[in-house]
Write a protein that binds this ligand. Sequence first.
Ligand SMILES: Cc1ncc(COP(=O)(O)O)c(C=O)c1O
Length: 481
Amino acid sequence: MTDTSVGAPEYPDLEFAPDVMRAMGHAVVDRSVAHIAAINDQPARGDIDAAELCRALREGVPEAPTELEPLLDLLFERLISRSFTTTGPGYLAYIPGGGVYPAALADFIADVTNRYTGVWTAAPALVQLEANALEWLREWMQFPVGTAGLFTTGGSMATFNAILCARERYLGTELRQGTLYTSTQGHHCIAKAAKLAGIFHDRVRTIAVDGDFRMRVDALAAAIDEDRRRGLRPFLVASSAGTTNTGAVDPLDAIADVCAEQGLWHHVDGAYGAFFNLPDATRPILHGMSRGDSLTLDPHKGMFLPYGTGALLVRDGEALRQVHAATAGYLPPNQSEFYDPAQYGPELSRGFPGLRVWMAIKMYGTTGYRGALAEKRALAVWAAEQVAGIPGVVIDAAPQLSLFAFHLEGDGLTTLEARNDATERLVERVTARGRVMITGCTVDGRFLARICVLSFRTHRAHMEACVADVSEVAAAILSGA
Ligand SMILES: Cc1ncc(COP(=O)(O)O)c(C=O)c1O
């Protein structure tokens, strides 16, 4: 703030006085906690009719400083509500994220202290916490000692780094002949990540799925054979431990067998599902996941953290290090004993992404996570049973983890188009009621409604509201109302 008093230095001092900082911090915490306390009352989809508002928000770069209070007013009173209520208990759309409070505290500490975690030497003890957090993820996922990890901004970037490892191991500099495989239900970030890694779309195969939306292993083997006959070089299979559309878990063990026989890298996309390795009820469903060469995790989904935290585990940690190891004459020497983040990822300067993971695991413990994930799964199973009993509803995908999909059928709905339209209206009208937000997906021309339980704030009462709303809206649509 510019000090204009007599005798003040000519240049502004950007530091605030301690009592001012404290007051500003309290103001932010007060607003934030009030926001959380009222989250149940927010419509689940928020008010996203905001084009006019966006136009009005455009402004030139400000010359003069603004106080904190009006900025908080703008954010908390006018803008935050104009978005999906992603942290609310009724958010059953897409794959819900999180927003647990310990992560926010960790971010605040990380930002205020702003220590440099790109290289071990600059903040050895803090980097050790990040290394610990990665090791804990490894343990949870039952990957072997020797696995290396990396925190990324999300699942897409984790997958990108996995493809780089496989590419370097199997293709070297001869990228053009390399082919990779995922199912028709594989997340589109796989093709995007492949392209970033120099593997273009004409070398990405999408393998057919079975009636439960899982990759068909016979079709995978046939596609690999076909590519080999054509002189191409299959190098990676990206399987799904929980697809975004229907929550399908591919036959991970059988795919691991194919990869072992064929000498391919097996990458498992566990962005949605991998943390379900914690509860006893769901661990068997993910059997084979821990045989992967690499695994994408999204702590901003299954660990309920705020957006911006993905993670990658690579079984042969050296493979990840070899992809990224680099140094420069101005940097301290690379570490061999300790985890050195820039040697395992593409970034040099970076924030401290591990702190929010470390803090959340310390404050909740494995017990907290195992229990919360078991609850989400139980809620999805219960809700799917209830929804299956609603007249006109046909379940297309029962919950393998915590997501299920369904559509509407009825006497008047004789064509696919009519069923799609009715199901789409169901999603829209349920969401418009405000208590829950659900979304759909299109699979092979069929529109499916889907419900994904993964918000840490979703409990039984919210699922009861969801079932009641689906039931009433389905009845109304089928009766022509
Ligand atoms: C199954 C799956 N894989 C990958 C991704 C991509 O992850 P992110 O959005 O964190 O980049 C997502 C979701 O967004 C997902 O649901």
